[in-house]
Design a protein around this ligand. Structure first.
Ligand code: MN
Length: 209
């Protein structure tokens, strides 16, 4: 059985950038539903549930065909949200940095590949804002390089052999209560609550994989 992980901060911790009501609904209802539906999908395959859910997405194409779509959608939703909560952080802690933004080896790599943090931020934001419908914008590590990508629905970069470093959930449920149809405002706000220490750690781990 997969279970809903507790948030690593309080529901109101990301205010005013991400509001408490959205966080309660997003984690308590949407994420919980993905978790429940993943468990239901795997009911006849209890052995598979002993794997970390991430592994199921990495090996999606090897799974029995009758559960592949369910794992892709609900397993993706479960894992994507687990990951998303981890790379966000309370603004106060981000302000420990002189200038909130990438740290460590990741900061250098971003400058090297994208020119500057500002250029990187613009490119990722544009992809997030421009994604049609529901999905996610990502910074991934792929074949030794950083890449900005998007996935639709709850598809995971893990199923494409990529390693997730950072993501923005651009499903309407992630922002509609506070920002209504103003996705661009939500995308700008999310930059204030990224956990750059965690994201840099993701990069360091990706280098070792
Ligand atoms: Mn979501």
């Amino acid at each position: 059985m997969y279970t809903l992980p507790k948030l690593p901060y309080d529901y109101n911790a990301l205010e005013p950038f991400v509001d408490e009501a959205t966080m309660r609904l997003h984690h308590g209802k949407h994420h919980q539903a993905y978790c429940d539906k993943l468990n239901a999908t795997l009911e006849k395959y209890p052995d598979l549930m002993t794997n970390p859910a991430e592994e199921l997405l990495v090996k999606l194409n090897d799974l029995p065909e009758e559960i592949r779509v369910g794992v892709r959608n609900f397993g993706g939703g479960y894992v994507n949200h687990n990951f998303f909560w981890q790379i966000l952080n309370i603004p106060k802690e981000n302000n420990l940095l002189d200038q909130p933004g990438p740290v460590g080896g990741l900061a250098k790599k971003i400058d090297e590949q994208f020119g500057s943090f500002a250029d990187f931020k613009e490119q990722l934001s544009d992809r997030a804002i421009g994604l049609f419908g529901s999905g996610w914008a990502w910074l991934v590590f792929d074949k030794g390089k950083l890449a900005i990508t998007t996935t639709i629905n709850q598809d995971s970069p893990l199923s494409l052999g990529q390693i997730s470093l950072l993501t923005i959930d651009v499903w309407e449920h992630a922002y509609y209560l506070k920002y209504q149809n103003r996705r661009a405002e939500y995308v700008e706000a999310i930059w204030s609550v990224f956990n750059w220490f965690k994201i840099a750690e993701n990069y360091d781990l990706a280098l070792k994989s």
